[in-house]
Design a protein around this ligand. Structure first.
Ligand SMILES: Nc1ncnc2c1ncn2[C@@H]1O[C@H](COP(=O)(O)OP(=O)(O)OP(=O)(O)O)[C@@H](O)[C@H]1O
Length: 248
């Protein structure tokens, strides 16, 4: 079977700075793939091009064998390519469960406001409850996201993305800013997604958690792929250890 996503020779520059210089890799169906590399390697830039948040100067993104390079992010979301932001952005005017319902009602109405006012409300609420349960947020359902600590707000961000039924979920540093216990909880939750039909492409600095939960790694350095393989294969390479950790 072909790859779920194929990233082919992406180039992009900001002013004179090349943030991606021929980035190519595939995301296989059902895998948990992590994109790692030192600061400024181009990880977030690559993820934004896959999501449709940034147009490459050159290169193509294929999702499910379709060339989606020209599609904006919202059109990719409709095809099943979801993403979360590094900085969490819940709707603070809505309760936690309503935040998930806005996404859960997406298949019934294109207008998110109608998703919580129309007859589909009950179905969306049930779906949102199930997702909040899975993400350990059932007790916080009726609270404002403002009242939630960062660890729970980050889980809400992933819960909202899941409610859109993605087949591929792009996660940008979901563990950033979390305590080590919270990071482990979040990594364990993300680890369950491929078993539920959601392929994961993760950008993450927390190498310990990445090595624990990822199936495969792609290492970026200076806008290029320097290595890919299982965590064991990749971390056995001296050039990767030097670029990524500064230790040979
Ligand atoms: N919008 C932008 N405007 C100008 N330069 C940018 C922009 N976005 C990224 N860059 C530059 O592109 C390069 C790659 O940045 P990017 O954020 O993709 O790296 P990263 O690997 O995600 O880094 P980090 O791990 O620090 O988040 C860096 O030199 C960065 O300064």
């Amino acid at each position: 079977m072909s790859a779920l996503a194929r990233i082919d020779d992406l180039h992009v520059s900001f002013g004179g700075v090349a943030a991606a210089s021929g980035v190519s890799f595939t995301v296989e169906r059902g895998e948990f793939l992590a994109l790692i590399g030192p600061n400024g390697a181009g990880k977030t830039t690559a993820l934004r091009m896959v999501a449709g948040l940034l147009r490459p100067d050159r290169g193509r993104v294929f999702f499910d064998d379709h060339d989606v390079t020209a599609l904006p992010a919202h059109a990719r979301v409709r095809r099943g390519l979801g993403f979360t932001h590094q900085i969490v952005r819940p709707f603070y005017g809505f309760r936690t469960i309503e935040n998930v319902m806005l996404a859960a009602g997406h298949d019934r109405t294109a207008n998110p406001w109608r998703a919580i006012t129309s007859r589909s409300r009950v179905a969306a609420r049930d779906k949102a409850r199930t997702i909040l349960d899975r993400f350990g947020l059932a007790a916080q359902a009726e609270q404002s996201p403002r009242a939630l600590p960062l660890g729970q707000r980050k889980r809400l961000e992933v819960a909202r993305a899941i409610a859109l039924d993605p087949r591929l979920l792009l996660l940008d540093e979901p563990l950033a800013g979390l305590s080590s216990a919270e990071a482990t909880t979040m990594a364990d939750l993300i680890r369950t997604l491929p078993g539920q039909g959601i392929t994961v492409l993760l950008v993450e600095h927390n190498l310990g958690e990445v090595l624990r939960v990822a199936d495969r790694l792609v290492v970026l350095d200076a806008g290029k792929v320097m290595a890919h393989g299982t965590p064991q294969e990749v971390m056995a390479r001296a050039d990767v250890r030097q670029a990524y950790t500064g230790v040979v």
